[in-house]
Design a protein around this ligand. Structure first.
Ligand SMILES: Nc1ncnc2c1ncn2[C@@H]1O[C@H](COP(=O)(O)OP(=O)(O)OP(=O)(O)O)[C@@H](O)[C@H]1O
Length: 258
């Protein structure tokens, strides 16, 4: 079953086609990579899925329902969460509070309750804190819950972004360059976490990534973009040996020259 279906998705910025007629069918519970050289249109693609940009044309279906025309917070409510290429955390807030921010979509308290510290509100808050703590344990950051997010190492900040994203209980998680800036040990931990989220949390994962070792190791399926167009798609072994993909990454002549 396809959880996410993208048909003829196009985004034009003035005269530039950042995405041209992109088609993707993403299976439930799969790990899919979207790769391509710099400027290929990968982040634009994520920005359309999450309603940061409105598509020029085409459709995006989550479990059969169109997301086009929704606001970003509505897309989150529908079940899509993401992390960003440039980490976006509240640096002055604690690690725990950063996760609580990610939970606000499904917290039941209201402002009247919060103002008068009503028991039901307090109860909801206590539960949220418990859940946030469990999520931090899950990503390996429970020891740092009271630390300011800005003081964390790069790898830990990326894991905190993931914890915040999964706090929204998404069906689909979009990871934009999750391994960027990580050392090999951190990348290994990330690989394990991605596998675990798919199996234990029943999440479908789509990632943009430049680390080809990680992409080839982790992906069930790969889509390759170049200059806004989809130039190939397939399983890792098909993509690894695809002449068009090699050419897009290494330039013309790379295939002929070996
Ligand atoms: N808001 C915008 N306005 C105008 N052009 C844009 C905008 N966002 C992206 N672009 C252009 O669209 C093209 C695709 O950019 P995009 O950021 O999607 O590529 P990318 O594959 O994510 O690149 P990278 O791997 O470097 O992050 C680029 O030519 C970029 O300059």
């Amino acid at each position: 079953m396809n959880v996410l279906e993208v048909t003829d998705l196009t985004k034009k910025f003035g005269g530039l086609y950042a995405n041209t007629n992109i088609n993707m069918s993403i299976k439930k519970n799969s790990i899919t990579a979207v790769i391509g050289p710099n400027g290929a249109g990968k982040t634009t693609f994520f920005n359309m899925i999450t309603a940061v940009y409105k598509p020029t044309s085409g459709d995006i279906l989550l479990n059969g329902k169109s997301l086009v025309g929704l606001k970003p917070h509505q897309v989150t409510k529908f079940g899509i969460a993401r992390t960003f290429q440039n980490i976006r955390l509240f640096h002055d807030l604690t690690v725990l509070d950063n996760v609580l921010v990610g939970m606000h979509h499904h917290l039941k308290s209201n402002w009247v309750g919060a103002l008068f510290q009503m028991p039901r509100t307090r109860h909801a808050e206590d539960n949220a804190k418990k859940e946030a703590y469990q999520l931090l344990e899950y990503v390996g950051l429970a020891d740092l819950l009271n630390e300011s997010a800005g003081n964390l190492s790069y790898g830990a900040q990326r894991r905190l972004e993931i914890a915040r994203a999964i706090a929204a209980k998404p069906k689909v998680l979009l990871l934009d360059e999750p391994a960027a800036g990580m050392n090999p040990k951190e990348t290994k931990k990330l690989t394990d976490l991605i596998h675990d989220m798919r199996s234990k949390l029943d999440i479908t994962i789509v990632l943009i990534e430049h680390d080809m070792k990680l992409v080839m190791e982790i992906s069930d399926y790969i889509y390759v973009l170049d200059h806004g167009e989809e130039i190939a798609s397939g399983k890792p072994d098909d993509i690894r040996n695809n002449p068009r993909v090699i050419e897009a990454y290494l330039g013309k002549g790379a295939v002929a020259n070996g």
